[in-house]
Design a protein around this ligand. Structure first.
Ligand code: FMN
Length: 310
């Protein structure tokens, strides 16, 4: 990486997390597994495991597998309102025991208001992803160390926001009182990183572009759909998506097959899933798809993104 060989001076995020670059892999459920997390971490970014949906035993296995693949700091994402309080608490106990450096939350419900202090007491850095200014304020009041401003360009579930990153990021930064804010949604290239950093972000969080990497756990046909899709091809939806309450907003590449009821359902397809899943579902993806032209090693994506850092 010729240009990137110049040293990024570092910032509040790199100091806080102990990493070279403020480039985060989104903790995508079932997609961001140990090989992808370790690849991003070993390339100098922050890998985040997609812990949502994982039974506690599996979550522990993934955390240990990741530790075996990298000595670098990494994180894990869980979603408090998914699965209910008991499931969530069981996952959280595993995380407290295994103690990765960073806990990433999608959004906190009232029943887990004490969650952030508990994670911080255990020595973890807590980041919370939000799509509105009000939710960002709530997360900060609960003690979040890092806020992720999730623009509506983003793939997968959207944390209640319908606001594009260009407007959301400055608004969240306005009330952040110096707390670092990451930009998420549609980020694929060095130019995107440069734009986000110019707006005041302290780093970026990237999902769809890492989904289209060699180490991701996505089904090969899913990766192909990402490559084929153009910028116009994603859709914001509030209908059905696997395992989530009806109406939860999400962004997909819609499946347009006529005689296929699964086309109304948003989901991801893992490498171990049947081809049918990737062929029939409407697949999670962000508006950045039009900028993704090949499946590359995750380290190559990190290198590209690093070139946009100041
Ligand atoms: C396939 C997929 C799965 C996702 N799963 C999760 C998840 O489990 N938890 C979470 O907090 N965010 C999840 N997200 C959202 C990401 O955290 C992030 O906001 C989004 O990927 C950023 O936009 P981008 O995809 O355009 O980079 C997911 C995104 C995608 C594309």
């Amino acid at each position: 990486m010729s240009e990137a060989n110049r040293v990024f001076a570092g910032n509040v995020i790199t100091q806080m997390c102990g990493v070279p670059y403020p480039i985060f892999l989104a903790g995508m459920a079932a997609i961001s597994g140990p090989p992808l997390v370790a690849a991003v971490a070993n390339a100098g970014g922050v890998g985040v495991l997609g812990g949502l949906r994982l039974a506690p035993l599996m979550l522990r296995n993934w955390l240990r597998e990741t530790k075996a693949l990298t000595d670098r700091p990494f994180g894990v994402n869980i979603v408090p309102q998914f699965g209910g309080p008991e499931v969530f608490e069981a996952q959280f106990q595993v995380i407290l025991q295994e103690r990765p450096r960073i806990l990433s939350l999608f959004y906190a419900e009232d029943y887990c208001a004490d969650l952030i202090p508990r994670a911080k007491d255990a020595g973890m850095i807590v980041m919370v992803q939000t799509g509105t200014v009000a939710l960002a304020r709530q997360a900060m009041a609960q003690g979040a160390d890092i806020i992720v401003a999730q623009g509506s360009e983003g793939g997968g579930h959207l944390n209640r926001g319908t606001i594009g990153l260009m407007s959301l990021l400055p608004a969240i930064l306005d009330g952040a009182q110096g707390r670092p804010v990451l930009a998420a949604g549609g980020i694929v290239t060095r130019q995107d990183v440069r734009a986000a950093m110019t707006l005041g972000a302290s780093g970026v969080l990237v999902g769809t572009a890492f989904l289209a990497s060699e180490e991701s756990n996505a089904h090969p046909l899913y990766k192909q759909k990402i490559l084929q899709a153009s910028t116009d091809d994603t859709q914001y939806r509030t209908g059905y998506s696997f395992g989530w309450p009806y109406g939860t907003p999400h962004r997909v590449i819609p499946n347009r097959d006529k005689w296929n009821v699964l086309r109304w359902v948003g989901g991801g397809a893992r490498a171990i899933d049947k081809d049918r899943m990737a062929r029939k579902l409407s697949l999670y993806a962000g508006q950045g798809v039009g900028k993704i032209h090949s499946i590359v090693p995750a380290a190559e994506r990190v290198e590209e993104l690093v070139l946009g850092l100041p």
